[in-house]
Design a protein around this ligand. Structure first.
Ligand SMILES: O=C(O)CCC(=O)C(=O)O
Ligand SMILES: [Fe+2]
Length: 703
């Protein structure tokens, strides 16, 4: 009761006490009070706790206080994504099964964010009451998503309707270590009834145990855990072309997931095409919840709720908490690796706010290592696993767990460290999360780099910039971090930078084609080549995109001699990333290719091509030379030559500088500068590729 289900049908999260939900398959028309009262007499004798993804914006999770059930939140979140890993395999198999050539077809609609985990308990109940319908466990219904993966204990009682004999139910006898997969309504609609959504119910188990003292038979508790797999909210579900022909006309009009869900909740839906939805596919739990709200019949009152049944529970229970930040989720440990040269780091304070303790290594089996191990067993938690224990590129010293651990909810590379300016640069930010003084030489990318503990010098007019004026200028320490479904390490940051990524089963990484150095054989490579002739020509053929899908290890490197850094996107901001700077990104990061013009005077060949990057996740960018970061205060101005731009999230205008410089020529973007106005951040590179190219050309041996 510390995490109660909120009133109303819109949110399916938190704890529902016995009697809160009344599942019914009936559609009751307005005014048929008698039928409604009749239906309400049979209460569902079950309790449940519902969990969605931490990323769900529409349905925030409702958690118990951590100290009440320590580890529950972390475990269930992990379990949620483990289930998603299995769901992806099933969705792939289903795509092949229905005859789609594109086995990833369904995956594109299922980011996993819109799934739901339900922990169900049906308390012991008198067998007689169940068989005589005085109480029900769960009446017949179909599920409304794509598929449901159901884990059940050995109690029994789950039944499915015989596909060819309506009204005849057969036992879905529990099988140890097996899950039951239901087809939901949306897969039925996609497949045009090739796969039918199964009508199912929970009734009296075939075997009873326990005779009470009064001689009555009491059936034991049933525990089950359905994991409902649903398309993302905006997905349009329409009949697959492989599932319709002259003999199989399209049966269902296209429908948007979130609308379908709402219509199901109302339970009175008539499709646009004029076909009434079939009764058996009305989501009874949603419908019952809706009815309950409308009629204020959330009863009985929850146990322990001050005993007052007069006040509708809507007034009694707190609103759900607001959604926790999207990046607060399970984080596996980053890969071990070389580059931990700094012994001072041992004594460095642990990053603050470990709201999500990183799981200890022993809790989860390691993913495949160096391409020789097979993928994790089906029985192991697979999404996301921790990286391997051993160092990957040699037996260099490994630092303590604390030092390796990135701060919760933030990549070490960005957002967690604010540069401290030296004196004489008045507009820069003057804040440090560590409060260790104004000139600590931290890298942008490693929270464990050694700070200088020197006290603040007395400000003096126009002094020389301090060494730490730019973050990242000395970024030779590894950048390590985690994301949902994997972890990464950027190492060899001496211009030979590589990124090593450990991917969990089913977790995808998008990368620039050509960035691959090596990978485990368990990784699948999908070349997605979104073809657009116009964009392709204008961008010099730079639109290809590779997708690598775990499990396994992936080594990527930029094409140039330079460094790499990580940008963590929260969904709030949008970054511009120079044409050659994009290396890779996690799922959820959106990449678009745009030309930045010279004001309105944009003409062919002029301007600067950039990737517009938004969404949620990690983005890895590269530089030519070292990568340095400049943070701009509100209103602060800064001018950067286009050839040294890597990425920025700052307002800017582009201007031409007087021609005739040494770099005169026709290359795109040449002779342009960007005038930035803060607030925001600009990443710069210490070398200009065009200048380097000109230098190389000038020094090339004559043919
Ligand atoms: O308890 C069960 O096995 C059935 C659960 C179910 O069908 C549902 O929650 O939709
Ligand atoms: Fe169900």
């Amino acid at each position: 009761m510390l995490a109660p289900h909120p009133p109303g049908p819109t949110v399916h999260r938190g704890y529902s006490w016995p009697g809160l939900e009344k599942v019914s398959q009936d559609i009751i028309s307005d005014g048929n009070e008698a039928k409604e009262i009749e239906n309400r007499k049979i209460s569902d004798f079950k309790e449940s706790y519902e969990i969605g993804s931490e990323e769900s914006k529409t349905q925030p999770n409702i958690w118990l206080p951590e100290n009440v059930l320590p580890g529950f939140r972390e475990f269930t979140t992990h379990f949620y994504w483990s289930c998603y890993g299995v769901a992806r395999e099933l969705l792939r198999a289903l795509a092949i099964g229905v005859g789609l050539e594109d086995e990833d077809f369904f995956l594109r609609f299922h980011s996993g964010i819109n799934n739901q985990l339900r922990l169900l308990h049906y308390p012991p109940v008198e067998a007689e009451k169940l068989s005589s319908n005085v109480v029900a466990r769960m009446p017949a219904h179909s599920d409304w998503g794509t598929i449901t993966m159901l884990f059940q204990d050995d109690c029994g009682g789950l039944q499915v309707e015989h596909p060819n004999e309506p009204g005849h139910f057969v036992d879905a006898t529990p099988i140890k270590n097996a899950l039951v997969m239901n087809v939901g309504d949306l897969l039925m609609r996609w497949s045009n009834d090739l796969l039918k959504s199964t009508l199912h119910r929970v009734t009296l188990p075939p075997i009873q145990e326990g005779i009470r003292s009064d001689g009555k038979v009491t059936t034991k508790s049933r525990y089950s855990i359905p994991y409902f797999v649903s398309p993302d909210e905006k997905s349009v579900i329409e009949c697959l072309s492989v599932c319709t022909d002259d003999e199989h006309p399209i049966k269902y009009a296209p429908v948007v997931q979130e609308e379908y869900r709402r219509m199901r909740a109302r339970g009175q839906y008539v499709e646009a095409a004029g076909t009434p939805i079939r009764v058996s596919s009305i989501a009874p739990e949603k419908m019952a919840a809706e009815k309950a709200t409308v009629k204020a019949t959330y009863d009985p009152s929850p146990p322990g709720a001050n005993g007052s049944t007069a006040i509708p529970p809507q007034n009694n229970y707190p609103q759900p908490p607001t959604s926790p930040p999207a990046n607060k989720q399970y984080y596996p440990r980053p890969p071990d690796g070389p580059g931990y040269a700094s012994p001072q780091a041992q004594s460095y304070p642990k990053p603050p706010q470990q709201a999500y303790p990183v799981p200890v290594q022993q809790q989860y089996p390691p993913p495949p290592q160096q391409g020789v191990s097979p993928p994790p067993n089906a029985g192991t938690p697979i999404y996301p696993p921790p990286p391997p224990q051993s160092a990957q590129h040699g037996a260099l010293p490994i630092r303590s767990e604390g030092a390796l651990t990135p701060p919760s909810g933030a990549a070490p590379a960005y957002g967690d460290v604010v540069p401290k300016p030296s004196e004489g640069y008045p507009n820069e930010k003057a804040q440090s999360i560590l409060g260790t003084g104004p000139t600590h030489a931290r890298t942008t990318s490693n929270p464990t780099a050694a700070p200088s503990l020197t006290p603040a010098p007395v400000p003096a007019p126009a002094p020389a910039p301090a060494p730490a004026q730019f973050q990242g200028a000395a970024a030779t320490l590894d950048d390590v971090g985690t994301f949902n479904g994997g972890s990464y390490r950027i190492s060899h940051r001496d211009c030979n930078t590589i990124i090593t990524i450990q991917l969990a089963m089913g977790c995808p990484i998008g990368a620039k084609p050509g960035a691959l150095i090596a990978m485990s054989p368990t990784i699948t490579l999908k070349g997605e080549y979104k073809f657009s002739m116009k964009k392709l020509m204008a961008s010099g053929g730079e639109l290809g995109h590779s997708t690598f899908i775990g499990p396994g290890e992936l080594l990527l490197a930029p094409g140039m001699l330079g460094d790499m850094t990580t940008i963590r996107l929260t969904g709030e901001e949008s970054w511009s990333v120079g044409k050659d700077a994009y290396v890779a990104s996690t799922q959820g990061v959106v990449r678009d290719y745009k030309r930045q013009g010279l004001g309105k005077a944009m003409f062919s060949g002029e301007g600067l091509w950039v990737h517009k990057i938004s969404g949620v996740g990690l983005l890895w960018i590269t530089s030519f030379g070292a990568i340095i970061r400049k943070d701009l205060q509100d209103g602060e101005k800064y001018i950067v030559d286009n050839g040294h731009l890597v990425a920025w999230n700052v307002k800017y205008v582009m201007e031409r500088v007087a021609s005739g410089g040494i770099m005169g020529g026709l290359a795109s973007g040449e002779g342009l500068v960007c005038k930035f106005t803060g607030p925001g951040t600009v990443f710069l590179q210490t070398r200009n590729p065009r200048a380097f190219s000109a230098y190389m050309t000038g020094n090339a041996a004559p043919p």
